[in-house]
Design a protein around this ligand. Sequence first.
Ligand SMILES: [Ca+2]
Ligand SMILES: [Ca+2]
Ligand SMILES: [Ca+2]
Length: 678
Amino acid sequence: MRVFLIFFLLCHLLAAEENPYRTVVSEQAEETPATGATTVITEKEIEKKQKGQVADLLRETPGIHVATAGGAGALTSLFIRGGKAGHALVLLDGVRLNDPLSVENAADLSDITADAVSRIEILRGPQAVIYGPDAMSGVVRIVTKRGGGRPALSLTGESGLVDLSTDHIAVNHLRTGASLRGGTENGDYAAAIYYRDTGGYSAAAGHDGNIEEDRSRLLTLNGRAHLFLSDHLTLGASIRAASADTDLDNGPGRYRDDINHTFESDRLFGRVSLDGSFFDGQWLPSWSVAVSHHACDDRNAPDGTGDEWGFSHAGFRGETVEASWRNDITALPLQRLRAGLVFNAGFGGSDHRTDREHDITALDIGRKDTYGLGLYLQDIVSPVEGLDLTAGGRFDLFIHRTHDTAIDSAGSTVVADTDRLRMLPRGTFGVEAAYRVAATDTRLRAGAGSAFKPPSLFQLYSRYGSEFLRPEETLAFDGGIEQRFWDRRVSLEVNGFYQETRDLIEFSYGCDGMLCGRYRNLGWLVARGVEAIVVIRPDEQFTISANYTFTDTDSWEIVSYDGGRWRDTRPVLRRPVHLANLWADWTPDNAFNANFSLTVIGPRNDIEYRYPYQPAVVRLPPAVIGSLALTVRPGPLVDLFARLENLFDERYELVRGYGTPGLSLYGGMRFHFEEARP
Ligand SMILES: [Ca+2]
Ligand SMILES: [Ca+2]
Ligand SMILES: [Ca+2]
């Protein structure tokens, strides 16, 4: 709490100045990426769509599938261009959200609400040169609202009826919050606090006979401030804290309801940066330190409803620290040079206590640490008008400990028990050529890039892990064309991609010598596809946008059997071949907005755990999810809003055996108070 007190004091200090807002040095975290296949979700779009979760906004963009295993607050995973969940790197105000103690070091988007978010950028394909390890299939950059102008306070209240059905109508959703923004000659500030309590359906699927409602309570705090130290230097700070308390059930399937199985998470993300601008903006250096802290607890006490095996508690603690120095240099003619140095460290440990007879999870990992060092250089050359050539390279060193135990020749006495540092160097690259044909307003683009992902703490050190895993490595090619017609009222974009990932770290039931049932570098994953995007703006009032993604994935492992080597196909789960979205927006004036979204998720593979524990691959049927949102502004002070989600009351699953809400109705209001002009 002390951090927040300091933050609010800083806001107060800045608010005391009555001068108009000005920007001295723009922050690099806010700039639009220049290269690659990207999608940007703007503040206006976020406001209009009224989606509660960033994950729901991402689902409507090309190349992305989002899967949630249960109700609100349950694990929410992101799949970009057919990659695994751990292949997507998610940043919030420049801080990595990927949880160092999750199995794949993946980001869980369950507590990332759209409150306070002003912009989301999705960069598809490997982005290792600038973003480093883990930026395998894409990067999602979430940017929160920045302060500026006269002090403005906004208060929001929303309630809802989630999962409406004829026999079950209840107010089971509440969201409330406040935000304060402003700026002075010396800086700017933005702070927000939101609370959400939502439920209405069961985490384990209702159609499997699970009737116990599961709720999720989430408190988030956001703060962001800048202090203009001089004409050349800006000090920035951002912080986000999210505390969630979510009801779970005991996995997918029948009779999985549990009245006291809970998951509590406390996550804290912070970043301090110093951005400079020297030699008339020809050298823009940025120094930053970012930290993240994840504390999660899964608790299940015995109860009288089919779960009487005893108490269990699994606790996970993880931290990351990243220090970086980045430089943008435009001193050379026709060139934009970017160079940087990054150091990061990940820490984590978990403990698992149970008084159950059959302990099958054994999640214990003593506290471990990994380190990374990265050095990169990227140059964008524009030799002629309209042509941008990008080339970049990066060197990374991933460092972790291995534990050596030597046993004497008699095979009983330990004679050496030492920790060694293991260093894994990797080089990555990214190249792109983009050309704009001015005469026809056409943009052509082609690129290639590589990335790698080091093994996670869980893959290295858990009971199923191995200290000798290699990083996963990927290579991708993509290209696209963007054409605008009719005075830029229609734009059409088509991208094609091919991505091959080797040394995939997969759990293997098989044995390698004496080691059985553990993570091994035995997988291959090939993803190829096409993304098509069309945006039509016949006039100021209407926007219609649609996108379609085709993704063909193929995964296998090489197995030795009968003296030969065989290619053993693995099913790729939760990667639909066909994904489509439509968004129609009508804004006749500032006082009214109506918009309609439609998401079509094609059939995809999933896994079903059948008794007695024999997993079977199943095919989930296609799902059509619609939503309608309205905003009315009767006066300058107030917005009234309402939305219907899952408009067609589709019964679908995102992860086999877990619940999703049926038709739901939300409504609320927002008040704006702005300091009067002097
Ligand atoms: Ca339940
Ligand atoms: Ca429950
Ligand atoms: Ca229980």
